[in-house]
Design a binder for this molecule. Structure first.
Ligand code: ARG
Length: 585
């Protein structure tokens, strides 16, 4: 379906042209002053320069011409040259009826579906998933879902950090603890055990212990580095330990992500890219892009017109080791080979921006990725605690995601226990659903690039701009619908007879625009803003109209359809952001 703003533009075009003005000047936006108008056309301001007339004159002429249209109940020019518009209630309700009947609430899906890779999650294997990875998972998951809803073929890749020094640290720590394991016997020739030599809780303890040790014990650190190199060059016993580390921590990671309602199509990692590195280096060298600088191999990325100076991208260190950038470039080779994507979206901490500028530029320069393929870096800010610094536990450590979730769920549980609205058997599950929405909405309602403060009391509140508030609104609508019973499902949305009803209808019409801008601007917070606006509009409408007590049965049935539509749209938005809503609250 066409968007209302576009339909208004179409409607105004003949009026503009009849008055002698070019249609290219017409601009229509939703007004943010509902007391003055619903939509605003500011085309006269732009046309004024071209036609050397006062904007108000142009606006007046056009508004007079357009008055006859049945689309508008009010159209008039106001100083300095805006055209203020209100929609005719019958026109609006017809449009909303069409939205109600449309499977995607008026959204037109992509005419040419793209293959899009979203690189998010980025957990580091064998290190606990901490709050630093939370944002990537939450934001990336929503971008994946929004892209799919738009009709694209979106592939989510977790891109694990599974090839770094942590592996050598674990191997050497394991050697110190269990020197008799066959992996450490150079003469061992049998088959390595299929059972891992550790459980997930042991593994979670081994890594921090090894990491601590390496800070104090230089010989140990040296051994860990050697072990990492040995693993990377394919030494079979270490590869066998690595396989164990991977299987044990992947099972745990999958569980953690599932608890966040986050899932990936690809569980690839840095290790998968290694096979492409020799070819990459040869290619960069053959093309004359890579050159030696202080022993390292580098590629220049500076471009004419750059506002700042960009250092060259190092693709090989002087000791011959590959780097983070090398592995990201090699990963692109694999992705191009497997999927030839039309677009990339990377959801990573914004402190890694320079790294991605370097990687993207080298990829294009070397022809790994086509020049016209958009590569978006969605860099996000830090989650801070109330006292200002980055989020920590009470004892100052980095908080694990699991612990954080448990705390939120515990708080929500207390709250719903007090309220006594949720049957006891549902309480735990309900607390989990609400807790997750509290956490995700608390994150997603902020512009991703900005830092935000983790404020559990605010996030779990049923009032204000929170996830639970949206859920509460959905639950409230469901309860009205349950009380009303079946019988109003099919039929038209009726012309609004009050301001709050019309406002709700107008908000409903904004769905497609909200989803599109969230997608094109890689800005999931636009969907939060939209949901909050729909929820507010519903709540105002509900305050003013006693739906269940309404005596005019036809009007009542129209309202039931309208709030059903509001609920369905809110639920769809929740789903786009990876959240659910409970049955009771
Ligand atoms: N593992 C990395 C980290 O924890 C994030 C990976 C992001 N994705 C990428 N393609 N580099 O910082």
């Amino acid at each position: 379906m066409k968007k209302i703003v576009d339909l208004i533009i179409e409607e105004l075009t003949p009026a503009f042209e009849a008055c002698g003005y070019d249609r290219q000047y017409i601009r229509v936006t939703r007004s943010n002053r509902p007391d003055l108008c619903e939509y605003q056309c500011n085309g006269a301001m732009a046309a004024a320069k071209a036609y050397k007339k006062k904007p108000i004159e142009i606006a007046g002429e056009v508004a007079d011409r357009a008055k006859a249209s049945r689309m508008f109940s009010e159209i008039g020019a106001v100083a300095p040259g805006f055209i203020n518009i209100r929609l005719d209630p019958a026109y609006l309700s017809e449009y909303v009826s069409a939205v109600f009947a449309d499977g995607k609430y008026g959204l037109e899906t992509a005419g040419r579906p793209e293959t899009i890779i979203v690189d998010y999650g980025g957990a580091n294997v064998a290190k606990p998933l901490h709050v630093g990875h939370l944002r990537s998972a939450v934001i990336g998951e929503s971008m994946k879902r929004i892209g799919r809803y738009m009709g694209h073929h979106v592939i989510g890749d977790v891109h694990l950090g599974d090839w770094g020094l942590q592996m050598g640290l674990i191997i050497e720590e394991l050697r110190d603890r269990q020197p008799d394991l066959p992996y450490f016997d150079e003469d061992f020739e049998g088959e390595f055990p299929s059972e891992p030599p550790f459980t997930i809780s042991e593994l979670e303890e081994i890594y921090p212990a090894a990491s601590e040790k390496s800070k104090k014990d230089e010989a140990f650190r040296e051994r860990a580095q050697q072990a990492t190199l040995k693993l990377q060059s394919g030494y079979a016993p270490f590869r066998a330990v690595w396989d164990h580390i991977m299987s044990v921590s992947l099972a745990d990671l999958k569980k953690n992500y599932a608890n966040l309602n986050v899932s990936f199509d690809l569980w690839k990692g840095e290790s998968d890219a290694q096979a492409y590195i020799p070819g990459l280096i040869a290619d960069l060298t053959d093309k004359g892009l890579a050159y030696e600088s202080e022993g390292a191999l580098v590629v220049d990325i500076a471009k004419e017109g750059d506002a700042k100076e960009y250092p060259p991208c190092i693709v090989r260190k002087s000791d011959g080791a590959a780097l983070y950038a090398t592995s990201d470039l090699a990963t692109l080779i694999e992705r191009e080979k497997d999927f030839s994507p039309d677009r990339y979206i990377y959801v990573v901490d914004k402190r890694q921006e320079l790294h991605f500028i370097q990687v993207f530029r080298v990829a294009k320069k070397a022809g790994i990725v086509r020049e016209e393929t958009p590569m978006a870096f969605l860099g996000f800010g830090t989650m801070n605690s109330k006292d200002g610094g980055p989020f920590k536990t009470r004892d100052g450590g980095v908080m694990r995601l699991e612990t954080l979730m448990q705390e939120i769920v515990k708080e929500v549980y207390k709250k719903i226990e007090e309220k006594q609205k949720v049957p006891e058997a549902e309480r735990q599950r309900t607390a989990e659903i609400i807790g997750l929405a509290a956490l995700k909405y608390g994150d997603l309602s902020n512009q991703a690039t900005k830092d935000y403060v983790f404020d559990i009391d605010r996030f779990i509140s049923f009032e204000g701009n929170t996830g639970p508030h949206i859920q509460y609104t959905i639950v409230r609508i469901k309860s009205i619908l349950d009380k009303y019973g079946p019988g109003a499902a099919a039929g038209e949305i009726l012309p609004a007879c009050s301001g709050t009803e019309k406002e709700l209808q107008l908000k409903i019409c904004g769905f497609s625009e909200a989803v599109e801008s969230a997608f094109f601007e890689t800005a999931p917070h636009k969907i939060c803003q939209y949901m909050a606006a729909v929820a507010d509009a519903f709540n105002d409408f509900y305050q003013e109209n006693k739906i269940l007590a309404e005596e005019d049965k036809e009007r009542q049935a129209g309202w039931i359809r309208l709030i059903t539509l509001a609920k369905d749209i809110l639920n769809t938005c929740m789903d786009l952001l990876g959240m659910d809503s409970p049955e009771h609250m």
